[in-house]
Ligand binder design. Structure first.
Ligand SMILES: [Zn+2]
Length: 162
């Protein structure tokens, strides 16, 4: 009998695939394949020594596959959660302190996001020299610039301007 045999038939131990954190944020139920975009939104690229665990395409009960992002030593701001909701609308945010989850909530999609995305339209008033804060309406399946009406459905993460 081996000590490290795999549980191919267990449903309860999926969470264990990503190590526990002491203080920080666990972003769970991220749609499969979006974990790197979540990191981009949080401005995490590893160069500042951030301690991050990422689980990609982990089997999930709620979805076929999900991603999990665990960030040590950081609690997300509301702005960050708002932007996150655009690419991970079903995500759960868990705030962890001293290994305990002290707060757990689903992200909520805001009606508008201001100052966090750059309009991809070079002719848009928000991309000119005048200091106009970007403003996007949040749609079912994307975002729409409130100034030039450009709609972005994919690649929202690439517009993030934080
Ligand atoms: Zn625009």
């Amino acid at each position: 009998m081996s000590d490290d045999h795999d549980h191919h038939d267990g449903n309860d131990d999926h969470e264990l695939r990503v190590s526990k954190i002491r203080d920080g944020t666990v972003i769970d139920h991220v749609r499969g394949g979006q974990a790197l975009n979540v990191l981009a939104i949080l401005g995490i690229d590893g160069t500042n020594g951030e301690e991050v665990s990422v689980g990609m395409n982990v089997p999930s009960n709620r979805f076929a596959r999900k991603d999990i992002v665990k960030v040590e030593g950081r609690e997300l701001s509301q702005d960050e959660v708002d932007v996150l909701s655009l690419i991970a609308p079903d995500a759960t945010i868990n705030i962890v302190r001293d290994y305990d989850v002290v707060e757990k909530h689903r992200v909520e999609r805001p009606d508008v996001v201001e100052g966090v995305l750059s309009c991809p339209n070079a002719g848009c008033i928000t991309t000119g020299d005048e200091p106009v804060t970007s403003r996007f309406s949040v749609l079912e399946d994307g975002v729409r610039c409130s100034y030039c009406e450009t709609i972005v459905r994919d690649e929202i993460a690439s517009l993030i301007d934080t």
